[in-house]
Write a protein that binds this ligand. Sequence first.
Ligand code: AMP
Ligand code: ZN
Length: 492
Amino acid sequence: MSLYKKNSLKLYNSLSKEKEVFTPINEGSVGMYVCGPTVYSNVHLGNVRTFMSFDLVFRYLKHLGYKVRYVRNITDAGHLENDADVGEDRIAKKARIEEIEPMEVVQRYTVDFHQILQKFNNLPPSIEPTATGHIVEQLEIIKDILDKGMAYVVNGSVYFDVLKYNESEEYGILSGRNIEDSIHNTRALDGQSEKKNPQDFALWKKASPEHIMRWPSPWSDGFPGWHLECTAMSTKYLGEKFDIHGGGMDLKFPHHECEIAQANCSNGTDPVNYWMHANMLTLNGQKMAKSTGNNILPGEIFSGDNNVLDKPFSPSVTRFFMLQAHYRSNLDFSSAALEASEKGYNKLFQGLTVLEGLRTSKSTSVDIEKWVQSCYDAMNDDFNSPILIANLFEGVKFIHLINDGKETISKEDLERFGSVLKSFVFDVLGLVDEATEDNSEKLSGTVELLIKLRKEARDDKNWALSDQIRDELLALGIQLKDGKEGTSFTVN
Ligand code: AMP
Ligand code: ZN
């Protein structure tokens, strides 16, 4: 029986503002969309936190046996500097400053994004579509919204008519912003705006003559508004209604609010059953952000080359630090907090080493099943990773008590306990044992050296030495294989 049938997963729905039992649209399958990065600069640790929060969700859903289609886009066009549809396109601006093509900017920072997330052992999504790869789909949605009378064209740009939409639907349901208040409190943009109302948002922007990233459309050569790509790509890959939509807290308004309006208008249905929002990583109490410079890059953490930390920290320790906070809590980044996490991380992995050498008894004196259930209960309660980690430390306590002969465990229970503990550490939390990783690099370096020495022995016709190297490695479980390309090895 699949684990999801035995577990009642509850998640906090930002729309209802309540924890709800998770029931996917199609039994056994989950469709999840998460807003990806705008690839115009290096990802900072704040961005990483949001993607890691959804990596945890992805991993746990998979662990429960769901077939998950996880779609996370790359925003490679259309994201202006200011949410009010003014300012330059972020990618075009970077390209202008660096005197390179916009697509060079996109390529550079997409590669950086992938490399960094991989360092933190985040799983890749199932589909990673780009905004520029879905212009046709976006144009179709704009035409549809115009046909329905919910958008208007001004000087080659198309805007969504929020006030008109609000007559029949509720704009602001996710963020709780009241449109009437917003009308009274928003200043018109000095009469410079083409919009009928400041609340309206762009579906299509006419490109200025120097703007390189442009596509033909019935209204002008231009580019899509930022919010539209997510509606186009989520509909295409997950359908008009899907299970989970995620993103950072700061995307609730206007981005996700606009997604809801677009989808409601174009598809005639609310797009998402469960909205999930991850909270912010702060530095010195302020949100980490590209724009303010109040941020730290992952590479600066690993190298120790920064003004914040007293020493370098590894990707897995940094991951552990972030997972020690619940995804909906604020988390402040500091040297003291990372040092505490490093101690915890070492304690956990030392426990796993001791686990390997535990002796078994005829009976078990600790309640393994109760402990297993406490781990699942933590994750079933809106992915509560800090409580899960506290339970894993309880498990480490058992390990030491059993090792010291103060508690006992049977062979069968040890297998169950070890396998649950490891699957939570490695599969669900996505931690890696850096000591083992380090050792495996050292092992392959050592074997390569012996292969080189054996070749030199063979070149000297010193067959006794070359056979000795081969045989003694074999006795250690390392088999050398001579081929046309040279000698390779396998470890058994
Ligand atoms: P961007 O590339 O700016 O669109 O951001 C990518 C993702 O990172 C979005 O989901 C943001 O909500 C998220 N994000 C930005 N800053 C932070 C932060 N300080 N803490 C957590 N997530 C953040
Ligand atoms: Zn989005």
